[in-house]
Write a protein that binds this ligand. Sequence first.
Ligand code: COI
Length: 362
Amino acid sequence: MAYEFKHTAATPTPESERLEKLKNPGFGTAFTDHMVSIVWEKETGWQQPEVLPYAPIAIDPASAVLHYGQEIFEGLKAYRHPDGRVVTFRAERNAARLNHSANRLALPEIPIELFIAACHELVKTDIDWVPTGEDQSLYLRPFMIADEVFLGVRSAHRARFFVIASPAGAYFPNGVKPISLWLSGHYNRAGKGGTGSAKCGGNYAASLNPTDEAFAQGCQQVLFTDANDSDRIDELGGMNLFLVRHDGTLITPELNGNILEGVTRASIIELARARGLRVEERPVTVSEWQQGAADGSIQEAFACGTAAVVVPIAELRGANDFVITLPQPSGEVTMSLREELTGIQFGTRPDPHGWTTPVEAA
Ligand code: COI
């Protein structure tokens, strides 16, 4: 279905300023000239989608999101290919996951085609903001908030869906250098029946205190374990985890309802299986990791997510001088899977799975 977007043009950022921002974008600090906004009301459903100038949004202080945290979000990227085309990567998966999150947070589902159309319309409108530098892309942040003005505790009858866009380089300041993880001792990310598999702001809010602990320990990410079993690995503050055995087998925590179904996670699994590598999705423990690193059966580990793609792990540290050091922190399997995935995303390799979708020129 073709959606008709109402456009209100922004005053464009002067070219010199835009080019300056695109030079070394880092992550999440610069934003393009426009945003998409779509209102939903219980009675009438989704209203006409709009492309508006990027600007602060007016929100009533009694809006549900400000009190009861009804908020969900997504993250995906648009990539510029060597032939000049701009593509998005597996956007339908992000749309499906947003709807999964919407169900859990009692927000409305959005039609998958409308989600994709909104992302593509914004990229087309702000196409000059898609960077051309190595490993640079335009990070899209779709999100939904409940903005009904009502303080009663029930699911809101009004919501808004937005898409904003931000030119992005490496997520970690050191690029793809191996990172250190901090094993969270006191805090868990999710529990059975909770919101662990939803991409909602609340999960990230709850990860910030433990993430600060990780930073204070000189680590870049926190590793959470299961709420009922402190040995069983859950996921990182904002990424999924893989261990790599000496024979190339990948091991990653199964989707047990507590962890996020990462699009990068799914893509890595498919790429690895297509290579003939074994992938085990099952409970994974810290003890297994410790023993495997000590006896050499686990050689590599990596974190993955949309923002950072694939990042090698050097070590896992925790309280009382606990440490696991990986024999091969930037090992062959980790780096070659990263290279294959980014090759497909950036169009330097064929896309046999049909994962990329061109954003038609405006
Ligand atoms: C991702 O990379 O997929 C994340 O969730 C991290 C993002 C929240 C910055």
